[in-house]
Write a protein that binds this ligand. Structure first.
Ligand code: LER
Ligand code: MN
Length: 273
């Protein structure tokens, strides 16, 4: 298997300013992704019931597209839920939101991503927050396993979480868990802020990197910032990375051009794919 291309589609009105290439129209986003030659789409739905799984399956099958992953961040963006809230009922609601996204994605054989929903140590100390996060990851990782898919955990930059900011911290967190069904998401935008050396961090990922947000330093499409891709691609090859390179980027200068720039860069950097 080779590294495959993917592009994000957000259906969350509150996230219109966010790092998503296509937005609001699922069918239009999928058709554009296919026309440009992407292998897959990554979906950011408003909630677990927002998209009919049968309709999505039919649309993807019809176009010959894969579903790379489904994001859970709408629980944070729309309802301010996360896994480390001080009150137990808020944490429980966050956990069920993610669990239901796992059910939605799992039925389509795709993994769910925990990014913003991990939360931060606001209102509780960091050790307590890490305890809440670990407990939730154990349960949710095993729940994802019932669908034969991993759960994806994403270290974020320091302005978005204080729980795990680097691949190394993500590896330490996953190593501390009993579940073996969680992989790491390497988001090159976050890594550009936090890692001393991005290719070295990828190599040190302990074989746990299972998803990639393929984006530039300024969160614009690949080629629109200052990241040096050849050593990053070399590191991905060295670890035998077989997942998706998914464009979670601002729709700069516009969605169609952002998607075109991404697929051009993907073909340049992953020519065998
Ligand atoms: C989500 O994939 C992510 O990268 C976070 O910054 C939340 O938007
Ligand atoms: Mn990301």
């Amino acid at each position: 298997m080779a590294i495959r291309s993917s592009v994000t589609i957000s259906l969350v009105p509150e996230a219109r300013g966010g790092p998503f290439i296509f937005r609001d129209d699922l069918e239009d986003g999928c058709r554009k992704a296919k026309a440009l030659g992407f292998d897959a789409v990554e979906l950011f739905p408003p909630g677990p019931g927002a998209v009919d799984p049968g309709r999505l399956r039919a649309l993807l099958d019809d176009l010959g597209l894969k579903l790379a992953a489904v994001g859970t961040g709408a629980g944070w963006v729309r309802s301010r839920l996360h896994l480390c809230l001080p009150d137990a009922s808020g944490r429980a609601r966050a956990r069920s939101f993610i669990r239901e996204i796992i059910d939605f994605a799992g039925a389509l054989h795709a993994p769910a991503i925990i990014g913003s929903m991990q939360g931060r140590g606001d209102g509780v100390d960091r050790a307590t927050a890490l305890g809440y996060l670990s407990e939730a990851l154990e349960a949710l990782g095993e729940h994802a396993r019932t669908y034969g898919v991993p759960l994806i955990y994403e270290p974020l930059n320091r302005y978005e979480t204080d729980l795990a900011n680097t691949v190394e911290a993500g590896v330490a967190l996953l190593r501390s868990l009993a579940t073996r069904n969680i992989v790491l998401l390497a988001d090159l935008f976050h890594m550009n802020i936090e890692e001393a050396d991005i290719p070295a961090a990828i190599r040190a990922g302990d074989g746990r990197i299972g998803h990639l947000h393929f984006v530039d330093s300024n969160r614009r499409p690949v080629g629109s910032g200052h990241l040096d891709y050849p050593p990053i691609v070399e590191a991905l090859r060295a670890i035998g990375y077989q997942g998706f390179a998914s464009a979670e980027a601002f729709p700069y200068p516009d969605p169609d051009e952002a998607a075109r720039r991404t697929i051009d860069a993907f073909r340049r950097y992953f020519p065998a794919s």
